[in-house]
Design a protein around this ligand. Structure first.
Ligand SMILES: [Ca+2]
Length: 198
């Protein structure tokens, strides 16, 4: 192989491997309109943020928290985030990838994220290890359009983990108590980034 070809080839491999695994994980916490629980942000995940929503209907921003990690690699990392409910009630935890859009495209990029070992202090969350699956291979207690990956080599623990992106998330309702901080600890790693074609 000529030197120039080798340089082009190795640059392409470097770019490819840099682009593939460099996504951020995101957790949204929100209450529904019939069961409004105001939420105050607590701990932010390392290199990331934990804030009330800053877009959409101003009246409802205090009922929604967006929490995002820093840029991840293809190695598992464990993060924590927290929030403080201002009343008793039901809120929803939604695991997804970051909102990512390439200039000039209409659709979002598919920034895939693997999630596993989701643990909660201050409330009860079911099946945070994604080991209990129904007959359609979807994780019990979660609803949405995410995926489940089967394979111990891919999971942080056990045989299965979740795989999601911004528009293919898993969501679970939890009951919270006024003033009682809810802390969520979770393991994540970046999956591939599929840029939108249009
Ligand atoms: Ca697992």
């Amino acid at each position: 192989m000529k030197i120039k070809t080798m340089i082009v080839a190795s640059t392409a491999i470097l770019l490819f491997s840099t682009i593939i695994f460099a996504n951020s994980a995101r957790i949204d916490v929100f209450s529904d309109k019939n069961n409004n629980v105001e939420l105050k942000p607590g701990i932010a995940p390392e290199r990331g943020f934990c804030i009330n929503t800053r877009w959409g209907d101003e009246e409802f921003r205090k009922y929604c928290i967006i929490c995002q990690t820093g840029i991840l690699s293809d190695k598992w990392e464990t993060f924590s985030m927290s929030f403080i409910p201002q009343s008793d009630g039901r809120v929803y935890i939604s695991i997804k990838g970051d909102w990512a859009k390439t200039d000039g495209k209409t659709n979002l990029d598919q920034n895939w994220i693997y999630f596993d070992n989701i643990l909660i202090d201050g409330a009860i969350l079911q099946n945070g290890n994604f080991c209990a699956l129904n007959s359609e291979n979807k994780p019990n207690n979660w609803w949405g359009e995410g995926r489940v990956v089967d394979g111990e080599a891919q999971s942080a623990s056990g045989a299965t983990c979740a795989k999601v992106w911004h528009n293919a998330s898993w969501t679970q309702p939890i009951m919270v108590t006024k003033g009682k901080e809810v802390k969520i600890t979770f393991s994540v790693k970046s999956g591939e980034c599929i840029q939108a074609s249009k």
